[in-house]
Design a protein around this ligand. Sequence first.
Ligand code: SAH
Length: 509
Amino acid sequence: MKQKGIVYLVGAGPGDAGLLTVRGADLLGRADVVVYDALVNKELLRLTKPGTELIYAGKRSSDHVIPQDKLNELLVSKAKEGKIVVRLKGGDPYVFGRGGEEAEQLASAGIQFEVVPGISSSIAALNYAGVPITHRDHGSSFTVVTGHEDPDKDEPSVNWEEVAKAPGTKVVLMGVTRTKEIADSLIKYGMDPRTPVAMVRWGTTGRQESIEGTLQTIAAVVDKTGFKPPALTVIGDVVKLREKLNWFEKRPLFGQRIVVTRTRDQASRLSQQLLERGAEVLEIPTIKIAPPTELQDIADVLLELNSYDWIIFTSPNGVTTFFEYFFKAFDDMRDIGGVRIAAVGPATAAKLQELHLRVDLMPDEYVASKIAKAFEKYESIDNLRILILRAEVANRELPKQLEEMGAIVDDIAVYKTIPETEDITGAAGRLDESGADWITFTSASTVENFHQRFKLPELVKKFPRVKLASIGPETSKAIVALGLKPTVEAKEHTIEGLVKAVESASKAS
Ligand code: SAH
């Protein structure tokens, strides 16, 4: 029987990817189709499984990419095909943004649907600018209104007199271009011109900006600073708490746009540390892992696993990709047999330990002579059969050295790295368009791969504010080889060390 389709209207939260609900994350992981809006954080699209159809529905003021009626038809038709459709909307689906209409259409068409609430910007964006929406001493109720008066729109217009008379905090969405008219009406209907006002743009994200004034002055501040949508306005005494409660904008890397260049899988720890310090992170992987050219070799090796005395893994990627093939062929770990296992470097060893495999030998560095020495110390490998599982086009040094010590070596590629060209999150586009404050490099190869995609010297020339952060001497050498100089080099050659270096240099400047 054909699977029955369903549409989930999911609130993506206000921008910070961490503010998506657990339910939302689960559904994104199961979706066949995701239809998303302009205000949605595109990092969330990475929660989808490979092959998910991603459709941009647009909507930033005038550039409606898919008109609303077409969009409703699209949701209905995808669901009728039996698909799991996630309609991902900024903030909460039912706080403006026409979520109610979309749900009505689905109901009329007899499509099964669920609406997953999201954290609305009308609550969260002001929080990240240091303003609590209520406070016992400064406002014990709130009113959220749209400031967008579109003459073509058949929405009832806002009664500003009522808004002015309502007690408590006022939050205006979509009102940036009408700031002056709105402030003037509120004063006209009796509000104190000295009422504090704050405006927050791209709230809860690393590119958040905020401004402050009073009903009387705020329009002039908008003009002077060139403040633009998407933003909201918060009006009321709660704004006074901003100085004390502005936890987000006071973070050490707030306002810094930082590029993270490792492959997707590896990037997360660095990105997370930067995000937690308030930075805007552009994760731009430059390489990705792909199957090797010769798949037959892996198939052959899998049939002969118990003829080897040793397997050597040289990278975490080698472990991950090999065991993907392994578990396609076998469903029992015991099929690995009694072979001994060597892991080059602690990260490789850690990946094996995740699989509960004991590592018999761990040479510290990926240097052929050091690996060979480690074996020498452990046992004589004369006549032993060794299987090296690693990346395609790795150099011949290691197998050669082991063969010279009498081993019989099979050197098998379990993956290759290829240039990443996709830009699902739009991060590469943003770097190209408007540069960044920092680009972080965690190895010589990340420098080289990044240069392949972006032409590093040209990028630095185009955006002179760009600073380069290197994790250590080898990485710095690769930067120097391009005729550039790292702005900082980490003292301790770890992710933490790199973050520290960026942080102290940002503080100093
Ligand atoms: N459903 C959304 C609101 C959709 S209307 C929600 O619950 O948040 C779109 C308007 O929301 C924007 O014009 C802007 O006024 C506001 N908005 C959305 N995200 C925002 C953000 N991150 N920072 C500031 N304002 C935001």
